[in-house]
Design a protein around this ligand. Structure first.
Ligand code: UD1
Ligand code: CA
Length: 496
């Protein structure tokens, strides 16, 4: 009867979760970047069971689709109109091959902190004690709502009574049924055949199997764990938040032990699938979400949200929102930058304050330092984009691409009206509205020429303080230096 690994894990996920008061089924609510069911599936798979089954009913198609999206090998079992955890387990067994033997583990889709290690420990305790039924239990300060473990004077487990069916004395018991079980598959199948629905909820209780097996002379046991969080289920949104915070606390602690500095774990939220390199530093109020990865020695935050974003080694990302972006090694981003999907910043590149980028490939050492929108752009290595540059990529109907060559220089306050192509080693003068391509070595000046009108203030603003200041300057003979050769005055124009 001893097997090296569990035959199957059956995850019960057919319930609606009415106390969530939600259009979304309970098991699809998320903490730590995964649905509750997603956490259950990852833990189940981590036990190396031969099969993982998910029992569904409420919002069946949505839950089933999500389950196979998280774990494509998961087997879906449909529960019929007969209610209760016992019926759910029975329906789960029905999708497994007939002559199956060994150990079946049963878990809940709403118990997200349960780990693969605990499932494996339960399996091992069950297997080595040659039990037919082993229930995972915990002693909790407030057992309200849980099934209570009934033990004999010699501590052997006799049965489980649901809170709703318990006497006042039984309600004093603080050892609870976690809803996580190991069963000999034959004993479970046979016992479920004789479980009725004679209880306060009119449901087929899985908990009844324990007493039936015990009465049938089978060995039943309990595996008590100290870590209460792992046995806690989500029933409402208050528990969802509490378990989410605890999950995050555990995950942060894991990363700190791996060599990551987290300055303020309480305000740092890191999803389950995020990876972090050694000596990375995470500053307060930072969220690292989805499949984000952070390279060794990088510094992230404060006040930063990165979703599905890759950050290279030694990069620095401050007060930034980024989604599906790649930030190169030693690059700097922020403060107040918005990186949208398709942003790729090269090694030692820079995206500075009040810059928004989208589908923009920015080369090694290239700089987009201030107040810019760069959409649908390729910016060559070492190029410099002046303050206030706009890549006008959208003509109201279509999006167009702009290319800026290597080591080219775009003057401040330029509009690049796409499609436009600035070659390597070219300049665009500040204030240009560029509509045509620029060849290597050229400077493009695309703006009105400055024209100064003599005597305008005296005529148009007579009597103003400005006019008085102009008159005083003229009387004193004050003139500005001729450091800027470009402006022409009306008198010069007349002479010409
Ligand atoms: C159950 C246990 C209780 C235990 C508690 C731990 C029974 C009868 N009671 O109670 O002893 O202390 O879990 O959290 O087993 N489900 C189905 N189909 C159903 C009913 C439930 O798949 O017909 C699933 C739910 O989606 C959920 C899990 O089984 O994932 C537990 O169901 P729930 O209704 O929350 O059971 P509890 O009343 O909490
Ligand atoms: Ca429950």
């Amino acid at each position: 009867m001893t097997t090296a690994r569990p035959t199957a894990v059956i995850i019960l996920a057919a319930g609606e979760g009415t106390r969530m008061k939600s259009a979304t089924p309970k098991v699809l609510h998320r903490i730590g970047g995964r649905s509750l069911l997603g956490h259950a599936l990852v833990a189940a798979r981590g036990s190396h069971a031969e099969s993982v089954v998910v029992v569904v009913r409420h919002d069946r198609d949505r839950v089933a689709a999500h389950a196979t999206e998280v774990d494509e090998a998961a087997v879906i079992a449909d529960q019929d109109e007969i209610k209760g955890t016992g019926r759910a387990a029975e329906c789960g067994l029905m999708v497994l091959p007939e002559g199956l033997s060994g150990t079946v583990l049963i878990t809940s889709g709403d118990t997200p902190l349960l780990t693969a290690e605990t499932i494996t420990a339960l399996f091992t305790a069950h297997d080595t004690s040659a039990s037919a039924v082993t229930v995972l239990t915990a002693r909790v300060p407030d057992p309200t709502g849980y099934g209570r473990i009934l033990r004999a004077d010699d501590d052997s487990v006799l049965g489980i009574v649901e809170h709703k069916d318990a006497t006042d004395d039984q309600r004093e018991i603080t050892e609870i049924n976690s809803g996580i079980w190991a069963f000999d598959v034959d004993v479970l199948r046979t016992a479920l055949g004789s479980v009725g629905t004679d209880n306060s909820q009119g449901e087929k209780y899985l908990t009844d199997v324990l007493a039936i097996a015990s009465d049938g002379g089978h060995r039943v046991g309990a595996h008590l764990i100290d870590d209460l969080w792992q046995t806690e289920g989500v029933n409402d949104r208050v528990q969802l938040a509490a378990l989410g915070r605890e999950l995050n606390r555990r995950n942060n602690e894991k990363w700190m032990r791996e060599g990551v500095t987290i300055v303020d774990p309480a305000t740092t939220w890191i999803d389950a699938d995020v990876t972090l390199g050694r000596d990375a530093t995470i500053l307060p109020n930072t969220q690292l979400l989805g499949a984000t990865s952070v390279g060794a020695g990088a510094r992230i935050g404060p006040d930063t949200t990165l979703t599905d974003t890759e950050v290279g080694e030694g990069a620095e990302v401050k007060r930034t929102e980024a989604n599906l972006a790649q930030i190169g090694a030693q690059a700097t981003v922020g403060p107040f930058s918005y990186l949208r999907p398709g942003t790729v910043l090269g090694t030692k590149g820079k995206i500075g304050g009040f810059v928004e980028t989208k589908n923009a490939k920015i080369g090694d050492g290239a700089k987009v330092p201030h107040l810019t929108y760069a959409g649908d752009a390729t910016i060559g290595d070492g190029a410099n984009i002046g303050a206030g540059t706009i890549f006008a990529n959208y003509d109201g109907v279509n999006k167009h691409h702009t290319t800026i060559g290597k080591h080219s220089f775009i003057g401040s306050d330029t509009v690049l009206i796409a499609p436009v192509d600035v070659a390597d080693g070219a300049y665009v003068a500040a204030g240009s509205a560029l509509t045509g391509d620029v060849e290597p070595g050229q400077i493009a000046v695309a703006r009105g020429r400055q024209k100064n009108v003599d005597g305008w203030v005296a005529r148009a603003r007579a009597g103003s303080q400005t006019a008085a200041a102009a008159q005083a300057a003229a009387d004193a003979g004050t003139r500005h230096t001729e450091k800027n050769p470009e402006p022409t005055t009306e008198s010069q124009e007349k002479k010409a």
